[in-house]
Design a protein around this ligand. Structure first.
Ligand SMILES: C[S@@+](CC[C@H](N)C(=O)[O-])C[C@H]1O[C@@H](n2cnc3c(N)ncnc32)[C@H](O)[C@@H]1O
Length: 326
């Protein structure tokens, strides 16, 4: 059993002031205004068009949080802020923080949702703000590029595999799989608006001849094929149990005999109390989506068995499930 929390840790868990200070600084774009320069609070307030005394308090808190430094009256970025929080930096991750900020009001309705069971959002922020959605996908693509090739290798494919990356987003996985397996060709299926970004990432990777883009709604439209491998990575937690079950059945029909379906997602363990990050993610999905949910690997295996897959197994605990078609 894990040890009891201390009182200090309970206080820490209930403390969100610094979170909102950081998110607000990113929204105001304080870090870009300081890009490589040192400025006083009045200079920054004029540049950002904000109230100087209030800004000064925010800046001082950011210094205490080690995101800024202060010498005399002059503020500057820390090197981590310069790298990750200045808009034109190649490693800018602010879009992800802007997404968290856009979801702030939904979190305020958590109590109401728990009391009534009713969801407070009718559309995901990606639908209400497609530009933010595209920017977030671009950041996730950059981060995912580091883990994609290892994931591809762990599946131990060989030969001229025809892969479908369903809801493939920026094509992060399709690109990694093509890089690891020289004979593999891939189709990235996604909504037309998302594929505009995918077109760019595939071109940057020089893989236009091996990665095809197929626009559509995966619940409503035909998926092409047949395929030897279908990957569903991080798409099912936005949908209901029944929609996922129907989609897995549909995918079974698009696989060639001997084909594999790989579902990679944030699954809860059997008790529903782990992994820790995923238990909080399940609450995030509850307040920020109309009908999404976090599922268990047993659910995914059930969808596969009901769809007619000959076998269904958990390849990586709470992360990867595989179905084999005979
Ligand atoms: C969280 S992203 C996952 C992207 C990618 N699979 C990955 O693991 O990096 C979810 C993706 O599903 C796509 N998507 C959501 N609903 C869809 C639908 N009905 N039809 C096709 N794509 C959809 C979104 O556009 C987005 O690219």
């Amino acid at each position: 059993m894990s040890r009891e929390l201390s009182l200090a840790e309970i206080f820490q868990l209930g403390y969100y002031w610094e979170t909102k200070i950081l998110l607000t600084a990113v929204r105001l774009d304080v870090f870009s205004a300081l890009d490589g320069k040192r400025r006083t609070a009045p200079e920054l307030a004029a540049k950002l068009g904000v109230h100087e005394p209030a800004l000064c308090l925010l800046l001082n808190a950011l210094v205490a949080m080690r995101l800024l430094s202060k010498e005399g009256e002059f503020y500057g970025n820390s090197s981590a802020a310069d790298t990750h929080l200045v808009r034109h930096s190649a490693q800018y991750i602010g879009h992800l923080l802007l997404l968290h900020d856009a979801e702030w009001n939904n979190w305020g309705k958590l109590e109401e949702t728990i009391r009534s069971g009713r969801r407070s959002v009718d559309r995901h922020v990606f639908e209400t703000d497609p530009e933010l959605g595209g920017n977030v996908l671009a950041v996730l693509h950059r981060i995912g590029q580091q883990s994609g090739p290892d994931f591809a290798r762990r599946l131990q494919l060989s030969g001229p595999v025809r892969m479908l990356d369903l809801g493939g987003g920026a094509g992060t996985n399709a690109i990694a799989f093509c890089q690891v397996y020289p004979e593999l060709t891939a189709t990235v299926f996604d909504l037309p608006a998302t594929l505009r970004l995918t077109e760019k990432t595939v071109k940057e990777a020089g893989l236009e001849s091996r990665i095809a883009l197929l626009p559509g709604d995966f619940n409503a439209d035909a998926l092409g094929g047949p395929y030897d491998l279908v990957l569903m990575s991080d798409i099912l937690h936005y949908q209901t149990f029944d929609t996922n079950e129907a989609l897995v059945k549909k995918v079974h029909g698009h696989l060639a005999p001997g084909g594999r379906l790989i579902i990679k997602d944030r699954f809860l363990d059997e008790t529903g109390t782990g992994p820790a990050w995923t238990t909080a993610f399940a609450v995030h999905i509850l307040v920020n989506t109309q009908q999404g949910g976090c599922y268990k690997t047993a659910d995914a295996m059930r969808w596969m068995t009901n769809a007619g897959f000959a076998s269904a197994s958990e390849l990586e605990k709470t992360a990867v499930v595989q179905g084999l078609k005979t």
